[in-house]
Design a protein around this ligand. Structure first.
Ligand code: ATP
Ligand code: MG
Length: 317
């Protein structure tokens, strides 16, 4: 990436990057913030450039087949997870990217440990994996609704006051393990305000083309807004690490959250120093031989075209 673009991407996303959460406070990040960008048009133009650059890096990631990138998206309802994923990843090759949306766990999933369903879907080398919600729900919705724990059939004596602390510890260790295996992780909390969520819910109710997006369950969870905000803050405080940072992204302006996310993804891929694999002398010999053989084939003979008169007259045999 050109140096000025690289610097701009860094400037856009670094204010929202949390690598050490102990002092983190959610109220320090304004959901309506737009950083150093004041115009939507400028952000859109930048996003277009970013998407092209992302596609170039993804091609190298795939060819090199060593690193993988896991992107985790968490947010309150209507914060724009789906739209962000759609716009930011719009230019990339679908063959090298998979998106998984994690909903309430199934009976089979509840029969396993809570990391089971997500760990199977960690991205393969050379690819990008996107988790639309993730194992973080285990310290969010389950924390706000501890009654869900009973569906998990944990042995009673393991459910202690330290449960959440233990989950943070296990998640940090799991992420450490993944990153030590070449799977880089970036986590995004799309931070929307309560007012903006209300506006978006009303839109879903009022606009027929958005009706399908409205869910009564989402509106019900809104009543627990403060509990969720506390759970998110605690989660970030305990799981922001240098190897798997959180980005707390202002999400009241979708155009701003998208450019912040795109910048952070570009930065993560840049850190991998991606390059097309160099071929060794043996392969170069092979390429030379294949080239010579192709050139020696002579002109390709095409079957003679039938005359149009014959075509018209023939009924087909
Ligand atoms: P949208 O933004 O379109 O509403 P969504 O991600 O909220 O998308 P939904 O189908 O509305 O998707 O909701 C999925 C629900 O599954 C969420 O309410 C989430 O809290 C819940 N969920 C995900 N993981 C778990 C889990 N481990 N335990 C309990 N509930 C979970
Ligand atoms: Mg929902």
């Amino acid at each position: 990436m050109a140096k000025d673009l690289h610097d701009l991407a860094k400037k856009l996303c670094s204010p929202y990057r949390v690598v050490e959460g102990r002092k983190f406070r959610l109220k320090d990040i304004d959901p309506a913030g737009t950083g150093s960008l004041s115009s939507k048009e400028r952000a859109q133009a930048l996003l277009e450039t970013g998407v092209v650059h992302l596609a170039e890096m993804q091609d190298k990631l795939y060819a090199q087949d060593q690193w993988a990138l896991l992107l985790i998206f968490q947010a309150m309802d209507a914060a724009g997870k789906d739209g962000t994923i759609k716009h930011v990843m719009s230019g990339i090759n679908p063959q090298g990217c998979r998106v998984y949306s994690f909903k309430s766990p199934s009976a089979e999933e509840l029969d396993h440990d809570y990391l089971w369903r997500t760990s199977q879907r960690a991205p393969e080398r050379g690819t990008i994996g996107i988790f639309n919600r993730s194992y973080y729900e285990e310290v969010l919705v389950v924390r706000v609704h501890p009654e869900y724990l009973k569906f998990q059939k944990l042995p009673e004596r393991l459910v202690t006051k330290r449960l959440w602390e233990e989950r943070f510890e296990d998640i940090n260790n799991f992420e450490r393990y993944l990153t030590r295996n070449g799977i880089a992780i970036r986590k995004f909390f799309l931070h929307v305000s309560k007012d903006e969520q209300k506006k978006r819910f009303l839109e879903r109710i009022e606009l027929p083309e958005k009706n399908w997006k409205f869910s009564l369950a989402d509106a019900k969870e809104r009543q627990r807004w403060d509990d969720y905000q506390r759970a998110y803050e605690e989660m970030i405080r305990n799981t922001a690490t240098p190897w798997a940072p959180w980005y707390v992204v202002p999400a009241d302006h979708k155009w701003f959250s998208r450019i912040v996310v795109a910048s952070a993804i570009c930065e993560a891929l840049e850190e991998m120093d991606l390059a097309y694999p160099n071929v060794g002398p043996e392969k170069i010999c092979e390429l030379g031989a294949a080239r010579a053989s192709l050139l020696n084939e002579g002109p390709v003979r095409r079957p003679a075209a039938k005359s149009s008169a014959k075509k018209k007259g023939s009924k087909g045999t």
